[in-house]
Each structure stands twice: as structure tokens, then as C-alpha cells.
Ligand binder design. Structure first.
Ligand SMILES: NCC[C@H](CC(=O)O)[C@@H](CN)CCC(=O)O
Ligand SMILES: [Zn+2]
Length: 328
């Protein structure tokens, strides 16, 4: 073997040929925040260029993005009205709530857009945890996955193409799959598992945006420990066995090793990665501080996700990338 490699990537095209997969618009899934004030289009301070969107503004917000090639969204409900939150998070599946109404509006206005719904209780529970609690403040897992099943089926019945439980309760994938089967929807609704989702520092801007921080304690008892590798493998294998149709790793860049290992482990599944709010903000503010060019840095992080085996990229940079990919 020659030790001369430069000739193999001297030309821009021969450099592009080194990629196993290339970023395309249909890989991008845009996380959006839907709120219960119909006329809201509120900038989110912790997430520059992102908004809490009321249903009265949603169609006008999405139309230009769909025109540019937006193919999928993932919805997060952000109820801000008083009295919505309670210990069981029962308003998560409020038929008049922002998520169910949002699914119906997007399906009607943009039939070609793939609509995913994040499924979790934290935006609707008074304690802010992703599950239901026992008297002693620890998780009641059986009750939590029952609630997750109810919420996921409600979103699926509303027309969601995909339900994505981000709660990290044990066995919620099996429970949701069972619910979709019982509802006669399992044949047309994708179950995307946030299978390897780690506790840590990178969710702050989201929690501010979604008003979903836990009122006490933290999520380390149910999101994976950042130091874990074998536990992540076990979580991925469990969710594969319980009926997930796609497997997600989250956060993204700080966990590229897990992403690569997950892509190899779940080689028969579409692999998703979520570039979370802290990653988004880090890049955004660094570019504003002059550390690097934002487009170059974001495209480089997207290449990291592709190189590590992801084909579904959940990123708040979706609107920017729809423009940037047209410039390439
Ligand atoms: N259901 C949990 C929400 C969760 C992380 C968290 O707040 O612990 C994520 C949404 N799926 C946060 C995503 C982000 O930070 O962008
Ligand atoms: Zn949650």
C-alpha cells in the first residue's frame, strides 16, 4: 500500500467521494414548539431564531420552509395557560391542546410533510418530571408507561405519522407499540425511540423554551448516565426488541461514539440523532463571538452525525440548512 494519500482527495469531487452518505434535505426533521396562545409567535431567548408558535400562526410559519424543501417536523407542546399542569399530566392528550390541533392543522395544510410528535409528560406535569411519581418522589414506572401509551395513541389517532417517546421510562416502547396495535394504527404509525438519551448539561435552552424543567431533583434516575456505554447498548437492544421502528441517540456531538455503536448494533433500523438545544446554542453563540463561521461549523457537525451512521437529523438548524444546502 502506498503512503501517498493526498492524490485521492486533492479535487473537491474526490473529497466528496470519501463520504458514505451525503446530507440531503429529507434527512432533516425540524423540532417546533406549539403553544396554546393561538396568535403567539414568541421568540425563544435561549434558542435564537426559534419560536413558540400559536396555531393561528403555524401555517404561515411553515409555508416558506415547506417551499424550501422541509420534509418533516417533530412537535413539542408548550402549554402556557394556567391550570394545564397536574401530577398525571392529563392534558398531554387534550384534544383541544396545541399538539393534537397542530397535527391536524399540518396534515391538512401540508399533506406532504411527515408529522412526528414527541411524547412525554414533562411539559404537562406539575412536578415537571417525564413520568408519574410515587408518594416518595420516585417514579411510578407502570403508571407512567400507561400514561405514555394513552398519549402516544391519542397523537396517532390525531394523524401523527410518527410518535417519539422522549421520557426514558422502562418498557414504554412495548407499551406504546401495544397501544398502537390495539388502536389498529401500528401499521401506519412509526414508533421512533429516544433509546440512548443521556442526562446532562445540554438541555437547558429547551427546558426554558418548553417550560419543562423538573420542579425538584433531576432526570438522572431515568435518562442514561453520561459515563455509560453498556447501558446504552442494553437500552437500544431492549427498544429494538420491544418494537421500535427507528432508534435515536441524544444528545448528538458529545455522544458520537454511542451513535456509531448504535448504528452498528441497530444496523437494520433507521438511526436518528437529536442535536439538542445546548448544542444548537453553543454553535450559535460561538459563531456570534467570532470563533468560527456558523455555516461551516454546522455543516461539519452534520457530517459528524452522518459519518457516525445517522440518517435522520433532528436539528433546530433545519431552516438554515434548507437555505445552505441550496447554496452548495
Ligand atoms: N422529555 C424530555 C425533553 C428533553 C430533554 C430534557 O428536558 O430532559 C428533550 C426533548 N426531547 C430536550 C431537547 C433539547 O434540549 O433540544
Ligand atoms: Zn420529558
Amino acid at each position: 500500500m502506498s503512503h501517498i494519500l493526498h492524490g485521492g482527495y486533492h479535487h473537491p469531487l474526490s473529497r466528496a467521494w470519501q463520504a458514505e452518505r451525503t446530507l440531503t434535505k429529507d434527512m432533516l426533521c425540524y423540532p417546533i414548539f406549539l403553544t396554546d396562545d393561538a396568535q403567539a409567535l414568541d421568540p425563544i431567548e435561549s434558542l435564537p431564531e426559534q419560536y413558540r408558535i400559536g396555531l393561528g400562526r403555524l401555517e404561515a410559519f411553515l409555508a416558506p420552509l415547506v417551499k424550501k424543501g422541509l420534509k418533516s417536523v417533530i412537535l413539542f407542546g408548550v402549554p402556557l395557560k394556567d391550570g394545564v399542569k397536574n401530577p398525571e399530566g392529563t392534558n398531554a392528550e387534550d384534544p383541544n391542546g396545541p399538539v393534537i390541533q397542530g397535527v391536524k392543522l399540518i396534515r391538512q395544510a401540508f399533506p406532504e410533510v411527515f408529522v412526528a410528535c414527541d411524547v412525554c409528560l414533562c411539559e404537562y406535569t406539575s412536578h415537571g418530571h417525564c413520568g408519574i411519581l410515587r408518594e416518595d418522589g420516585t417514579l411510578n414506572n407502570p403508571l407512567s408507561i400507561q400514561r405514555m401509551k394513552e398519549v402516544a395513541v391519542a397523537y396517532a389517532k390525531a394523524g401523527a405519522h410518527c410518535v417519539a417517546p422522549s421520557d426514558m421510562m422502562d418498557q414504554r416502547i412495548g407499551a406504546i407499540k401495544e397501544g398502537l396495535i390495539e388502536a389498529g394504527l401500528a401499521h401506519k404509525v412509526m414508533l421512533m425511540s429516544y433509546a440512548a438519551k443521556f442526562a446532562g448539561a445540554f438541555y437547558g435552552p429547551f427546558r426554558e423554551a418548553a417550560n419543562s424543567a423538573p420542579s425538584f431533583g433531576d432526570r438522572r434516575a431515568y435518562q442514561l448516565p453520561p459515563c455509560s456505554r453498556g447501558l446504552a447498548r442494553r437500552a437500544v437492544q431492549r427498544d429494538m426488541a420491544e418494537g421500535a421502528d427507528a432508534i435515536m441517540v441524544k444528545p448528538g456531538t458529545p455522544y458520537l461514539d454511542i451513535l456509531r455503536e448504535t448504528a452498528d448494533l441497530a444496523r437494520d433500523y433507521p438511526i436518528a440523532v437529536y442535536q439538542v438545544s445546548g448544542e444548537y446554542a453553543m454553535l450559535y453563540h460561538s459563531a456570534n463571538a467570532g470563533v468560527f463561521d456558523l455555516k461551516t461549523a454546522v455543516l461539519e457537525t452534520m457530517n459528524g452525525f452522518l459519518r457516525a451512521g445517522a440518517t435522520i437529523l433532528l436539528t433546530y438548524y433545519t431552516p438554515r440548512l434548507l437555505d445552505w444546502l441550496d447554496e452548495e
